[in-house]
Design a protein around this ligand. Structure first.
Ligand code: ADP
Ligand code: MG
Length: 518
């Protein structure tokens, strides 16, 4: 190809370093490849691609600018969200169906004291993982004597299969776990193994050890479970495995986290999950629950599971969120969850990048096929890109290559990608922070000084909060902005790793049919 083509394509050119002329170039150039079959001409193609990419960066800017604008969460927006969360909580406590927030009674009205003793199990079905845990509780002085834990990811096909298939998978995993029990763990003769079952989907709890699945969320579409008692489903599957056990507590993951954290710290009042999905619960006074006026508890308190993933009031949403929601298996539902939780952040970013690639040729003159595959970009990928502080964002380049098939990106394109990640993650973290303040605000209004006037702990669990430092930072910044530096000193946001597992086992102990206290 004559050199004039080179000049035509890239008039203000400088010599391209040889190191950039790798064989991957030919794959990257889309419509130019046909022109350059010989290695000698690759340079021109590569050069042309570079020019095209450089041109595209400017064209992506309006999309990025608009994204910034639509995702902005300045203090007045955060305040509005926190106030709306508090108001929706009250509405949900007043009457069933009166609010996005279901405000579900957990039937947990006594919290761990530290005196619990014995061997208990937890079985946790989250959105991504299934976990099993055993814990030998040693009472006040010895606390957690020993604990063992295993985790497996849930096969994709089971998320769309039948109830029996899913519960058989859980029960058989549990049976294998029990079969490997070492000598450190002791079950007194004549006792059944007792389980706390953490089930992290919306359940209408009917007692401490039963509850009806309202609907699947987080991409699950298992047939035949909605409307059924999930404990009965588990019991039947355990029986099919030949196991004689007792599920003594059905526990939402947020409730389990609160119970687990409270075992160590009496100031824990709220628990929040930020993992595949999101949820929050808190300690409520029975007399502040108009819809449950007929019910009393010994302590006068209970844990309310807010199911805040369904919150939707006043959220700053973009066309990308709306399209994702429309195409989801639960359109119109779980809008807060779809804006702030781990299952969705990567997907929102993918949609933004796809539009940029289509409209502005962000990655050259072609759109990588993989970029059109829903959920191919995952939140851990965003997190890895977000950690890249190298000048040319080389890790971003690598991850784009690995995950969405971008064979080559310019440093400017990578910067745009990093900004998109930051914008979506910042919005998610700040909105989660505003939600937490909404709950605290509601509790403070009812207790006059008992929340902000003393140390109050919010227990956090979930892979997103645990592994994503920027998300954590944005969340905490929003809490501090909303509360002011004085009040926010009293609010401690604490990660309690695997708190929900231990919490479920503790709730199994509290609700054991045998005596478990010293
Ligand atoms: P589950 O929701 O199944 O109970 P986790 O609480 O462990 O499971 O959360 C898993 C979710 O956490 C993943 O779906 C993902 O969104 C998020 N996550 C896991 N690892 C990371 C990471 N390194 N960076 C950011 N998010 C992560
Ligand atoms: Mg979980």
């Amino acid at each position: 190809m004559p050199a004039t083509h080179h000049l035509l394509l890239c008039p203000s050119s400088a010599p391209i370093p040889l190191s950039l002329l790798g064989s991957e170039m030919s794959a990257a150039v889309g419509s130019f490849t046909a022109l350059v079959p010989q290695p000698a001409t690759r340079r021109r193609v590569a050069w042309a691609t570079r020019c095209s990419v450089a041109g595209s960066v400017a064209a992506a800017s309006p999309i990025l600018k608009n994204l910034h604008l639509k995702c902005a969460t300045p203090l007045p927006v955060l305040r509005h969200i926190a106030d709306a969360m508090a108001a929706d909580m009250r509405a949900g406590l007043a009457a069933d169906g009166a609010s996005d927030l279901k405000m579900i009674l957990s039937y947990v009205d006594s919290l761990p004291t530290g005196n619990e003793k014995g061997l208990f199990y937890a079985l946790d079905l989250g959105g991504t993982n299934f976990r099993v845990l055993r814990v030998q509780l040693g009472g006040k002085d010895n606390r957690v004597v020993d604990t063992e834990f295993e985790q497996v990811s849930i096969p994709q096909e089971l998320m769309h299969g039948s109830t029996e298939e899913l519960f058989d998978f859980i029960a058989s995993g549990f049976a294998r776990f029990v079969a490997k029990e070492g000598e450190k763990f002791r079950l007194p003769q004549g006792r059944k193994r007792e389980i706390g079952f953490t089930f992290s989907f919306p359940v209408k709890q009917t007692s401490i050890d039963s509850g009806i699945l309202i609907k699947w969320t987080k991409g699950f579409a298992v047939s035949g479970t909605a409307g059924k008692d999930v404990v009965a489903c588990l019991n039947e599957a355990l029986k099919r495995q030949g196991m004689d056990m007792r599920v003594s507590a059905l526990v939402n993951d947020a409730v389990g986290t609160l119970a687990g954290a409270r075992y160590w710290d009496d100031d824990v009042m709220v628990a929040v999950i930020l993992g595949t999905g999101t949820n929050a619960c808190y300690i409520e006074h029975m007399d502040a629950i108009p819809k449950l006026q007929d019910l009393t508890t010994g302590s006068g308190k209970t844990i309310i599971n807010t199911e805040w993933g369904a919150f939707s009031t006043g959220l700053p949403l973009t066309e990308f969120d709306k399209d994702m929601d429309k195409e989801s298996i639960n359109p119109g539902e779980q809008i807060f969850e779809k804006t702030i939780s781990g299952m969705y952040l990567g997907e929102i970013v993918r949609r933004v990048l796809l539009k940029m690639a289509e409209v502005s040729a962000l990655f050259g003159d072609y759109v990588p096929d993989k970029l059109s595959v829903p959920f191919v970009l995952r939140t851990p990928d965003l997190c890895a890109m977000h950690q890249d502080d190298s000048e040319d964002l080389e890790a971003v380049d690598l991850i784009l290559n690995d995950t969405v098939g971008v064979t080559r990106s310019s440093p400017d394109a990578r910067k745009i990608v990093a900004e998109v990640c930051d914008t979506i993650v910042k919005r998610g973290g700040r909105l989660a922070g505003a939600g937490i303040v909404g709950i605290l605000q509601k509790m403070e209004q009812d207790s006059k000084g008992l929340i902000f006037g003393k140390r109050t702990v919010v227990a956090m669990d979930g892979g997103l909060y645990e592994h994503y430092p920027q998300y954590r930072k944005y969340l905490k910044e929003a809490v501090t902005e909303l509360l002011g530096s004085e009040a926010s000193k009293n609010v401690i946001i604490e990660h309690t790793k695997d708190g929900s597992g231990i919490g479920a086992a503790l709730l199994a102990a509290i609700n054991s049919k045998y005596s478990t206290e010293v």
